[in-house]
Each structure stands twice: as structure tokens, then as C-alpha cells.
Write a protein that binds this ligand. Structure first.
Ligand code: HEC
Ligand code: HEC
Length: 193
């Protein structure tokens, strides 16, 4: 027994110094925080308006929007088939049933073709760099981006998406917290891949 203890002591002294741990260090790791951000951005409610192509997506499987709906010159739909034709200023009441076009207080639309903000199918590093790139994110600096993810009605809709749709799988407060801890640390991007 004594010998075992001694051995353990010796082993400890020779071990590499443990990384000096702050109890919260793990949760504040900006790369882990970015992973939470990525989970939100690539969940169906967000991806469906941030597609790789020029058609919005629908459902949890991200199928192409029915009626051949297109992004159009400003993200508001093709001439003659504007998003606003079907999408109003609020989700229809539950009594209307499933598969109703959702709505928000602001204008329901895709990002414009000049800054398409593609979230669908983008690898972690590319997603991270795109978010920080003012040429790709609509000229938003860090403060404007934080404001956007905290308060924009299109973002908040992801947590009250209307009858029959699953909300974003991470609480909004946890998303904003992760966003802040990532950007407060200088918004580092994960390694390639
Ligand atoms: C109805 C479509 C729609 C939905 C749903 C949507 N977005 Fe967006 N998103 C947009 C549009 C439009 C813009 C561009 C806004 C602008 O430039 O003014 C945008 C831009 C962004 C930007 C970049 C900042 C910018 O302005 O370019 C982020 C980050 C973002 N959205 C996050 C989210 C998250 C997170 C969700 C899900 C919780 C989400 N979006 C859901 C339409 C949507
Ligand atoms: C002809 C009517 C119509 C037009 C025009 C239209 N939509 Fe829709 N949209 C719908 C309906 C109906 C649904 C609900 C489908 C369902 O729940 O199965 C829907 C659902 C969606 C969803 C899926 C929400 C989710 O997460 O499941 C997105 C995103 C969307 N529309 C974006 C747009 C955008 C952006 C435009 C304009 C470029 C647009 N739609 C134009 C009728 C329309």
C-alpha cells in the first residue's frame, strides 16, 4: 500500500504540469463556444433561410421550397412571386393547422444575392470566417452582429417558429452567451476541416 502511494507520488511529480485550470475555462473556450454557434446556425430554422442555392428551404430535411420560390434580386422573391405574397407579419394562429407560411414583424426574406450568408453545408472554419468578413456579412462589425443575433426578429423567430415546427435546439440565451464568449475572445476560427 505504502509503496503504491509512493509510486503514485513519484508519477505525479514527473507528470507534465497540468494546464492551469480555471473552473470555467472549459465553458469559456471560444472554439467550444463557436461549436455551439455553429449548431444553431446550421439547425433547420436558420439554414432554411441561409441556403447554398437561390431557393429557400423547408422542413427539417431542408427540401427546396415548393412553388419554385426564388431568392430574387433583393432576397424578397422573384418578380411576381414575392415572399410577402404568402408570408405575413406573424405566424398564423394554431387553429389554421400545419404547413402554414410562417411570418415575422419584419419583412420575411432571404439575404440579398450580394451577401448570401450561406450556412447550409459549410464547414466550421469557412462558416467562422464568413461571419467575420464584412464583405460577406452585409458590412456588420462585431457589435452589429451581436445586436443581430440578440434581437433581429428573423433570428428570434427560430425560437417561436409556428405550429408544427421545432424551435432551434439551443436556448436563445445560451446561443447569445456562446456568441459573446466566442467574439470576446477575438472570434478565433477552428482549424481547417
Ligand atoms: C426568413 C428568413 C430568415 C431566417 C428564418 C433566418 N435568417 Fe438570418 N438572415 C436573413 C436575412 C434576410 C439576413 C440579411 C439581413 C441584412 O443584411 O439586413 C440574415 C442575416 C443573418 C446573419 C448575418 C448578419 C447579416 O446581416 O448579414 C446572421 C448571423 C444570421 N442571419 C443568423 C440567423 C440565425 C442564427 C437564424 C436562426 C435562429 C436565422 N438567421 C434565421 C434571413 C433569415
Ligand atoms: C406561394 C406562397 C409562398 C411564397 C411566395 C413563399 N413562401 Fe415560403 N412558405 C410557404 C408555405 C406554405 C410554407 C410552409 C411550408 C410547410 O410548413 O410545410 C413556407 C415555408 C417557408 C420556409 C420554411 C420554414 C421552416 O423552417 O420550415 C422558409 C425558410 C420560407 N418559406 C422562405 C420563403 C422566402 C424567403 C420566400 C421568398 C423568397 C418565400 N418563402 C416565398 C409559402 C410561400
Amino acid at each position: 500500500m505504502r509503496r503504491l502511494l509512493l509510486l503514485a507520488l513519484v508519477a505525479c511529480t514527473h507528470a507534465e504540469p497540468a494546464p492551469t485550470p480555471a473552473p470555467e475555462a472549459k465553458s469559456a473556450d471560444p472554439i467550444a463556444s463557436f461549436a455551439t454557434v455553429k449548431t444553431v446556425l446550421q439547425s433547420p430554422r436558420c439554414v432554411n433561410c441561409h441556403p447554398a442555392g437561390d431557393q429557400p428551404l423547408q422542413g427539417d430535411d431542408g427540401h427546396a421550397h415548393q412553388q419554385f420560390v426564388q431568392r430574387g434580386p433583393e432576397g424578397r422573391g422573384a418578380i411576381g412571386l414575392a415572399c410577402a405574397t404568402c408570408h405575413g407579419k406573424a405566424n398564423p394562429p394554431a387553429s389554421y393547422g400545419l404547413h402554414m407560411p410562417p411570418g415575422v414583424s419584419t419583412e420575411w426574406r432571404l439575404p440579398p444575392p450580394e451577401h448570401r450568408m450561406v450556412f447550409a453545408g459549410v464547414a466550421a472554419r469557412a462558416l467562422c470566417e464568413q461571419l467575420k468578413d464584412v464583405r460577406q456579412n452585409g458590412g456588420k462589425d462585431s457589435a452589429a452582429l451581436l445586436h443581430h443575433v440578440s434581437e433581429d426578429p428573423l433570428v428570434l423567430w427560430g425560437w417561436s417558429p409556428g405550429t408544427g415546427r421545432k424551435p432551434v435546439p439551443v436556448a436563445h440565451a445560451d446561443f447569445v452567451k456562446a456568441w459573446k464568449s466566442w467574439t470576446d475572445a477575438g472570434a478565433p476560427c477552428p482549424p481547417q476541416g
